[in-house]
Design a protein around this ligand. Structure first.
Ligand SMILES: [Zn+2]
Length: 351
């Protein structure tokens, strides 16, 4: 099987808090009949647009990917590990929390729900005054939390984080959160769809019903102790003609941004596949003598065995690269090699 970069087709998912225009990522999606909240880029139902698995879904293809494509460290991972989405909140999302892996495993009714969810968000756009709520203020207890749901004052117990374009926020499992309107986010998370909704602003769906809440499960998984998520303090490094911004490394994903206006060289690791999420710009991915054109809002999966490749921009390009890391070897070592002090990189590492 020929090793080539693989383009995935997005899936557009309606949500009551979504938007009717998906600018700037999908300018052709305007005046939509139904609000779209999420665009799934690596959902198991997403289909490959190119390569030997063209027209097959990611879920099916993953099972047939040879270990050298998945990456040696992912050879035994049964389901695709990383879920990448774009979010277009036009209204607030519900206030929610996700369980960690061990809770998800103990309480899941299906093998498909055996992962918890740690996630991060990268702000692609943010209008003046936009923000998110992430984590509890000091002193919040299960009792005061429960009371504030009844009083509709839960927002007051959460930390508000102002968001500007280019910011990134880390949300470990067990951290209560919601996203305000006025941002377009790229969300990178463990592949899981378990959400415990605790407050939905007393909204009704198109059918006139409130969405289900899961307060009891939420109270079991919420971290009422010291909070560890929030806005990240990224590290920017200029290396040749690329500016790299390192955001975070946890056991599930490591994420960085690359910005470049000239041809750059890169190489995949045999240990893991890479996802390249193009935010802006266009050009070509050159690998093994082949060229594939890239454009904004596309996600490409690079098999681990691809090896050396080049990105050849025809316009200045920015992308997010994310992968399943071995934190020390892939992340810490790389920064330490560039003489970044521990005091700087340690803020980005959540072991
Ligand atoms: Zn969430």
């Amino acid at each position: 099987m020929k090793v080539v970069p693989l383009l995935l087709e997005p899936r557009f998912v309606p949500r009551i808090w979504g938007a009717r225009s998906l600018e700037p990522l999908f300018p052709e999606h305007q005046n939509l009949a139904e609000p779209i909240g999420e665009v799934w880029l690596t959902g198991e139902e997403c289909r490959f647009a190119s390569g030997p698995f063209a027209q097959r879904t990611l879920g099916e293809a993953w099972r047939e990917f040879p270990a050298e494509w998945r990456g040696l460290r992912l050879a035994d991972v049964f389901r695709f590990p990383l879920l990448v989405k774009f979010l277009f909140p036009q209204e607030k999302l519900s206030i929610q929390v996700h369980p960690d892996d061990s809770y998800a495993r103990q309480h899941s009714r299906s093998a498909a729900a055996d992962r918890g969810k740690t996630e991060m968000w990268y702000a692609i756009t943010a209008r003046e005054g936009a923000g998110v709520l992430v984590g509890l203020k000091p002193g919040v207890t299960a009792a005061s939390f429960r009371r504030s749901i009844t009083d509709s004052t839960l927002e007051d117990l959460l930390e508000r984080i102002p968001v500007a374009a280019g910011d990134a926020i880390f949300v470990p499992a067990g951290t209560v959160h919601t996203i305000g309107p006025g941002v377009v986010l790229c969300e990178i998370q463990e592949y899981s769809d378990i959400t415990y909704r605790v407050f939905d602003y007393n909204r009704l769906t198109a059918e006139g019903k409130p969405r289900e809440l899961h307060v009891e499960q939420a109270l079991e998984v919420i971290n009422f102790g010291e909070q560890s998520g929030g806005k990240l303090s990224p590290l920017r490094i200029h290396r040749g003609s690329v500016t790299e911004t390192y955001f975070v490394a946890c056991r599930y994903f490591a994420t960085e941004k690359w910005e470049f206006a000239e041809r750059i060289a890169a190489v995949t690791s045999p240990e893991h596949f890479d996802l390249l999420i193009f935010l802006s710009g266009s050009g070509e991915i050159e690998s093994r003598g082949d060229f594939a054109g890239y454009a904004p809002a596309q996600v490409w999966l690079l098999p681990a065995s691809l090896g050396a490749y080049h990105l050849v921009p025809s316009e200045p390009t920015s992308l997010l690269r994310t992968y399943v890391p071995e934190i020390v070897r892939d992340f810490v070592q790389r920064l330490a090699d560039q003489r970044v002090p521990e005091s700087a990189w340690s803020k980005l590492v959540f072991p």
